[in-house]
Design a protein around this ligand. Structure first.
Ligand SMILES: Cc1ncc(COP(=O)(O)O)c(C=O)c1O
Length: 404
């Protein structure tokens, strides 16, 4: 080859090469397949999808529903979701709903629809890594506003509302907000929502609300319908507010890859084209299962909340006991979602610590640094699990810390 030949480019574009690999995966890779590892690293229930939901998918397959369908979802699922959203958040028309192939796909579609390279996106962090990386794939810049761990009385993750408003400059394109939050369980209050929405309206900032944990709320915030405060309760249907959601957490359907989004009707033609070019549609037999989940699944949500609340209370009480407190562990009690995000005083490399926990103690937890630099020093424990398993996990943590 002559020296003047152009070099072959065999690398992804720079924005992709620069994406962070998931540190949760990195820890899981160190432990997956090994005997006797207790996995609490992913945000996943330890129970299979309820039978009546699985049955609906089987029946659809048996009926030969193996073909392509409408980009934005089969009409019966969009209608079921519009009436579900109306029950929770006020009148919602089917024209504002699109079905997606997972919650994460809904987030990607919204980002593709709205973000230009160089756009400024503000995110409340620590945050599930996908939410931070997706805007970067589109070339947007993500500016973090960190939650604060207030240890003055009962430890709590808290939002510095003034810092958030300061970050939401007139040049900002979008605010990314996940409440209840993964990993901290922090849940925005109604009063904070009102202030944030008014501010976003003033500057024309898009509000992108990731609401996948809206039904997993444990305290006074839950309200009569068992739902976290949502921007959808406050916003007009056609203003700059988009909510993304998922079947994964509320109906124990992580492996099904089914989600949806609610957006102004003016975005729908664009979103519909993007769905065509990304996945074309969600599988019909999966959508049939979704219809049954939305219409008949309220009992499942109620039972799940009761089970997770007991798990949360148990795990928090144990981690707040003197044996863990003396080891420097500070445990805020999450208001929602399915994680305890506890801090270990003085810890600066939770990735290394979580790898040691897997290999030396058989305990699979997620390092705080997986959720951005503001998460370093803390560890995420998914409590969507039986108490017996949590008990074994705590025992392993206790003896690991004693030997450290
Ligand atoms: C905050 C948040 N958003 C979205 C999702 C995506 O859910 P899924 O892609 O399984 O529908 C998750 C999954 O863990 C999450 O934690």
């Amino acid at each position: 080859m002559s020296s003047s030949a152009p070099p072959h480019v065999v690398a992804p574009r720079a924005a992709i090469a620069e994406l962070s690999a998931s540190r949760i995966r990195e820890v899981a890779n160190a432990g997956m397949g090994k005997a006797n590892v207790l996995p609490f690293w992913f945000g996943e229930p330890d129970q299979v999808t309820p039978n009546f939901i699985r049955h609906a998918a089987k029946a659809a397959l048996d009926a030969g529903e193996t073909f392509y369908a409408q980009n934005t979802g089969i009409p019966s699922l969009r209608e079921a979701l519009a009436s579900y959203a109306s029950r929770l958040h006020g009148t919602t028309d089917v024209n504002h709903i699109a079905v997606t192939s997972s919650g994460v796909s809904a987030l990607m579609l919204v980002a593709q629809c709205l973000l230009n390279p160089g756009d400024r996106v503000v995110a409340v962090t620590p945050l599930w890594p996908n939410l931070i990386e997706i805007p970067k794939i589109l070339g947007a810049r993500v500016v973090s506003v960190p939650l604060q761990l207030n240890t003055a009385s009962e430890p709590q993750w808290e939002l510095d509302l003034d810092a958030l408003l300061d970050a939401l400059t007139p040049e900002t394109k979008a605010l990314l907000l996940n409440s209840p939050n993964n990993p901290t369980g922090w849940t925005i209050t109604r009063a904070q929502q009102q202030t944030v929405l008014a501010h976003c309206r003033k500057y024309g900032i898009w509000l992108l609300a990731d609401d996948v944990y809206e039904r997993l709320v444990y305290d006074e915030l839950a309200g009569p319908l068992g739902c976290a405060p949502s921007f959808l309760d406050l916003a007009d249907r056609d203003e700059r507010v988009v909510s993304t959601n998922s079947f994964s957490k509320s109906w124990l359907m992580t492996g099904w890859r089914l989600g949806w989004l609610q957006a102004p009707a003016t975005l729908m033609p664009g979103l519909s084209k993007l769905i065509e070019y990304n996945t074309s549609c969600a599988p019909v037999f999966v959508q049939r299962a979704g219809v049954v989940a939305v219409i008949e699944g309220e009992d499942i949500i109620r039972q799940t909340v009761l089970r997770y609340r007991a798990a949360r209370d148990y795990l928090c009480a144990q981690l707040s006991s003197s044996s863990f407190r003396d080891a420097g562990i500070i445990t805020p009690r999450p208001k929602g979602a399915m994680y305890v995000f506890f801090r270990i005083e003085g810890e600066t490399d939770t990735l290394a610590l979580c790898k040691r926990l897997v290999t030396e103690a058989g305990l699979g937890l997620a390092p705080g640094s997986a959720f951005g630099p503001d998460g370093e020093g803390a560890i995420r424990w998914c409590f969507a699990s039986g108490i017996d398993k949590l008990e074994q996990g705590l025992e392993r943590l206790r003896s690991f810390l004693a030997k450290r």
